[in-house]
Every structure is written in structure tokens, then in C-alpha cells.
Design a protein around this ligand. Sequence first.
Ligand code: EPZ
Length: 430
Amino acid sequence: MEQYAIKGGNPLVGEVEIGGAKNAALPIIAASIMTDETVQVDNMPDVRDTNVLLDAMQDIGVLINRKDRHSVSINASQVHNFVVDGDSIRKIRASYYFIGALLAKYKSAEVALPGGCDIGCRAIDQHIKGFRALGADVKIEYGLIKAHAERLKGSHIYMDVVSVGATINIMMVAALAEGTTIIENAAKEPHVVDLANFLNSMGANIKGAGTDVIRIRGVHSLHGTEYAIIPDQIEAGTFMFAAAITKGDITVKNVIPKHLESITAKLLEIGCEIEESDDAVRVVAAKPLRHTQVKTLPYPGFPTDMQPQITVALALSNGTSIVTESIFENRFKYVDELIRMGASIKVEGNTAIVNGIGQYTGASINAPDLRAGAALVLAALAAEGYSCIEDIHYIQRGYEDFHLKLQMLGAQIEKVDSSKELQKFKLKIG
Ligand code: EPZ
């Protein structure tokens, strides 16, 4: 099994290019089904989740043409099947975007119930509520969500919880429904806005994305487009925290600094210096880190997808910090692994009480999910001695060339596949 072998201790220094946002790419890939014309998508991240989705599209007759590693053209004029099932698709969360996209275009969708990282119960009731409000009949049978409609008609929908996935799914269906839909208490994440911009570039009429209220006037059909995905806010945030955790100096390039404000604010609070330009942010961690409090919230609050990374930093800060996870109830699983590296953290319900220590020490640990996996890699890079991180397939779901980008910043990290390769790494690094 592939794992990362790491020798910690080097401050990470240099520049890193951030790729396209995974969580924008996933709905954009699915929404490409909503026209018979060709859609060209640029700045596509080459990560496992996007590739699983693209492969699943081919299974239902969509033509995928990869122009280069980050550019793909999608033509869905030959779709012959509205059932999306299979081993890989069952493992990812974003499979649910096929329901919205297929239902919008063909008024019929049968899609495997979503999987994804095990970070909480991850209900889909708000998606179903939205589909039903727009006129679809929805049921769950044999592990599939089945949605069918005679007519899709605009509606006024109040979301009981702020949900990225449900907001996006409802937006897709409403874009091709008759009349006007209003989504209240909508999610405001940058990827929600990106999907709205993508659909508008195909001829949809969506206003207010990025605010609490989104108004969608349904159109009869959508046309082809050429679109570039926004930079990945969480990949950028992960490298920004890599600077803090390893006491380094990293410039993340190709980013939208506005999307990173809550992350930047916390880094400033804990004592990092930040320099911003139009499309780059530099993080310098020259002084000892300070403790703070943080609570994850929907955008523009501090992202739940950055919670493990900030905890890894706070566990190395002076004093006691409090981290509250308010989005997913099971997102502290990595804490046990961090404790194996010497961290002093106590989890009580959805709160972690973090007492700063001087340094981590290397250990063999498991990545429990995507973001926690990346955060543990950062901990290992700051640790004294060697670490091995197993289950790195989680990390590969959402970070392109993670270890290669870290190597460019001076990290001693390699992907190894056997104990022989691990020994070789240790001999090489010394
Ligand atoms: C998206 O998940 C992201 N995934 C997650 O990123 C991210 O953590 C999350 O949004 C929050 O920002 C993708 O974009 C593929 P939600 P999603 O619906 O859409 C509750 C990563 O690491 N809820 O906004 O599944 C739910 O239980 C991943 O890249 C309902 O109650 O998240 C949660 O508590 C992990 N009913 C909260 O809302 C519903 O119908 C937010 O979930 C839907 C959600």
C-alpha cells in the first residue's frame, strides 16, 4: 500500500501554485450534462474525486476528451442511461450532483447514495426536500436515490440548514425548471458562486449566488461554454498553514485572496505575517505561534475543511486553544493520531481543547480522511524524526501532487510502496 515517508524538521520555504478547486470542479463536471453542446472546462484539478466523476460520466454515454492534464471537453449529447452506479461512484460524496444534473435535463435520475469521507452523518434531506419542491418524485430504493418528474416547476425553498451540496443541486434543477425559484438560507461558498457563474455562462439566469438568497429564473435549454474553475481555497489554506506549522515562509500563487480571508485572519491572530497581492498570499511564520479560539462555520466563516490544519498548528502554539467543529460531528478522528505524535488535545463532543507543546515527534499514523490526512502530513513535516502516513488514497482524493508540491518547498517526503522503498528513503535522507 502506498504511504508517505517523511522526515520532519525543515521549515517549508518557497512558492506553490494552487490548482482548480475540487469542490467547484465536481458540480461543474456534473452540470456539463445539462447541455447537448460541448463544454470546455479549464483549470480542472487532476485528483481522484474529479477523475471518478469523469469516468462515471463516460459510463452513461458522455464523451470526455482530455486536452491536457487540466483541461477537458465534455459532450453529453449521447447520454443513453440515467442510472449512475458502480463501485467508485458509491465512494464519493459528489455523486449526488448527478441527481440534480440528470433530473434537470432528463427529468429522471437514479444515482448511488453518496459516500465520501467519514466525517459525520452527512444527511441528504435538504437535497430531497428541494427536488420535491421543484416537482420531482423522490425515493430511496436498493441503494439508489431515484428522482423522476413529469414537469419541473420553480418554487420558494427555505433551507433548514446551510448546505453546499443541496444549494448546488437545487440550483441545477431550478436552472431548467419552469418559472422562478428562490432559495433562502443558501450556502455562500466560493464553489456555489462558481457553479452559478458556470451555469450562467451556459445561458442560465441565476442571481444572488454568494448571498443568502439565490433567485433562479428557469430557461428552456443551456448551451456550450468555455469556463475556467476558480482556485482551490482549501488547497491554498493547507499550504498557508504548512508555513505556520513548519515555521516557514510560503507564497501561495494563483489564488483569490478574498476567498482566504477567514484563514488569513486566523494566521494573523496566531502570530504569522501575511503579505497579499492580487493573486498570491505570502505567509511567514518567524515568531512563536500564539493560541486562539476557532469555530468552523459556513462561508465566510472559518471552513470545516481547514479545521484539522489549524488544530495541528494550535497544538504547537503557546497556551491553550479551543477548536469547535460546528458542521460535521465526526471530524476529530485524527486527534488520536496527533496524540501519537505527542500532541496534548482533549476532545469533548464537538470541541477540542488544545494545549500547545514544543514539538511533535515522528510516528506511524493513518490518514482518517482527506483534510485530516493532509493536516497529519503537515504535522509530520514539523516533527522531529521519521513518520509514515498510511491510507494516503484519502489525500489523493483532493490534493494534486501533494508530496511533489511539498518537496518543491523543501519537504523531505516521498511516496513509497514497500518497506524496501522506505528503507531506501531513510538511507537517502540520512
Ligand atoms: C461539501 O460537502 C464539501 N464536499 C465538503 O468538503 C465540505 O466539508 C462541506 O461542503 C462543508 O463546506 C463537496 O463539495 C463535495 P453540506 P456537503 O451539505 O455538500 C448538513 C472536503 O474535504 N446537511 O454543506 O456534503 C450536513 O450533515 C469535503 O473537500 C443536512 O443536514 O456539505 C452538515 O452538517 C469534505 N442535510 C451540514 O449540513 C442535507 O441535506 C453541511 O453539509 C445536507 C447537509
